[in-house]
Design a protein around this ligand. Structure first.
Ligand SMILES: Cc1ncc(COP(=O)(O)O)c(C=O)c1O
Length: 421
């Protein structure tokens, strides 16, 4: 099997005497210093993708924090000129704690509680993206108490298949999200919100799904939502997030710039006069990070397969279990090595399903004690993680210019008890 394709690695990756350095730091040394499992993010890569998004869509473009959120990431995206999309009171809390001004926040969620809406209004978030008629009713009640008139967008469901995993497809009619265009709910919601005195309707939004490679799916969505919304002359239109990224060899994804150009062209074709923005998450952070694990056991089941067990698993990367997602593996001590052996990389949880890489190509000399890495783990890994089996959540470091900065410390055994009474 071929060596790892280096294009899957973070931007500042360099091979120095066979070993992988990211942000000027040797990954094997980082594993010794901070322990494993460890998320290593290339800070320059993160900043470059944020700037690319701002160049493609302007400064209303929002980073979708669900992909990866901690105070350092919120601060970085804000510093680079992005707004932040927060989808719960929890994400709102972290973004505010990071010092992001509330007017640079966009509040999402298909079932925002009265308390979450109250928090959003109280802090003065810039935009609320309203998902349902029940939410409009909740905003009426809130207005009656506070007198505040928040600026809102309506999330429309355009009936577009995103050609991605069914759990992350959201643009089709059979979806829990948004106001469906084909049933007339979208037009009814626009009428209802534009006549309301509790909210100021400034635009429409659509998010068709995640890990979408076909830019044509976005352009179809633009055509559908433009047809419903344009007659109202609303000033803002957001095409959501969802741009796919390459996780494994031979997968090719459009860049954020390509995506921006296609969406803008589609808006021109559809006669859209509104300011057009977007909410990328994965495409900002996914390939910025690699996860480092220590190999603990190698079990050969003769005639069947070899299991390589590492010190993390479904608790730091649930994507393989949830969506059957594929990943590559490599040894940072010899990043360009041939990978002739196929093994199953598994975690340490009490589940046979706890698989990180189903058919992983690895070098022939992989052994217990090695640091093994999976690239493209920056999105929906740390953020979707758990501490199932009371496995401690990993630390996160940002690397840049030869410095490694711990931005999320490793969970401790005491942390596991902090909620118990
Ligand atoms: C409303 C909304 N916006 C943006 C995103 C970010 O999507 P992605 O990380 O695929 O870019 C999501 C992801 O689920 C979403 O639900």
């Amino acid at each position: 099997m071929r060596p790892l394709q280096l294009r899957l690695l973070p931007d500042t990756s360099e091979v120095v005497e066979g070993r992988l350095h990211v942000g000027g730091c040797d990954l094997v040394d980082l594993a010794s210093e901070f322990g494993t499992p460890l998320f290593v993010y290339d800070e320059d890569h993160l900043r470059a993708r944020c700037r690319e998004a701002v160049a493609a869509f302007g400064d209303d473009v929002a980073y979708a924090t669900k992909a990866f959120l901690c105070k350092a990431m919120a601060k970085l995206a804000h510093e680079e000129g992005m707004k932040l999309d927060v989808a719960t009171g929890g994400e709102l809390h972290v973004a505010l704690a990071a010092g992001v001004p509330a007017d640079r926040l966009v509040m999402h969620g298909n079932n925002k509680s009265a308390l979450e809406l109250e928090l959003a209004v109280e802090h003065g978030v810039g935009r609320i993206v309203v998902d349902s008629f029940d939410e409009l009713a909740r905003l009426d009640q809130l207005h009656a108490h506070t007198g505040v008139v928040p600026k809102i967008l309506l999330r429309l469901t355009p009936g577009v298949e995103a050609h991605t995993h069914e759990f992350i497809a959201t643009g089709q009619d059979d979806s829990k999200f948004g106001f469906t265009v084909s049933t007339g709910a979208a037009a009814a919601a626009i009428t209802r919100a534009s006549e309301s005195r509790s909210v100021e309707l400034v635009g429409v939004h659509a998010h068709i799904g995640s890990q979408v490679f076909a830019v044509s799916s976005f352009t179809k969505a633009v055509a559908v939502i433009a047809a419903v919304a344009e007659p109202y002359g609303l000033p803002e239109l957001s095409i959501g997030g969802g741009l796919g990224v390459a996780y494994i060899a031979d997968e090719i994804a459009p860049s954020i710039s390509d995506w921006g150009r296609s969406v803008r062209d589609a808006c021109l074709d559809a006669g859209v006069t509104a300011d057009v923005s977007a909410e990328p998450g994965r495409s900002i952070v996914a390939s910025a990070a690699v996860t480092l694990y220590s190999v603990g056991t190698v079990k050969e089941v003769s005639g069947i397969r070899t299991f390589v067990a590492v010190d993390g698993g479904m608790s730091d990367n649930p994507r393989p279990v949830l969506y059957g997602s594929g990943y590559e593996t490599f040894l940072p001590r010899d990043v360009s090595a041939e990978r002739p052996d196929i093994v199953r990389v598994v975690g340490k949880h009490c589940e046979s399903g706890d698989v990180l890489v189903r058919d992983a190509a690895v070098p022939a000399d992989l052994k217990v004690g090695d640091i093994l890495a999976t690239p493209v783990t920056g999105a929906y890994g740390h953020s979707m993680g758990s501490n199932y089996n009371k496995v401690l959540r990993p630390a996160v470091v940002f690397v840049s210019g030869g410095d490694a900065r711990l931005v999320v410390r490793r969970e401790t055994y005491d942390d596991l008890l902090r909620l118990d009474l």
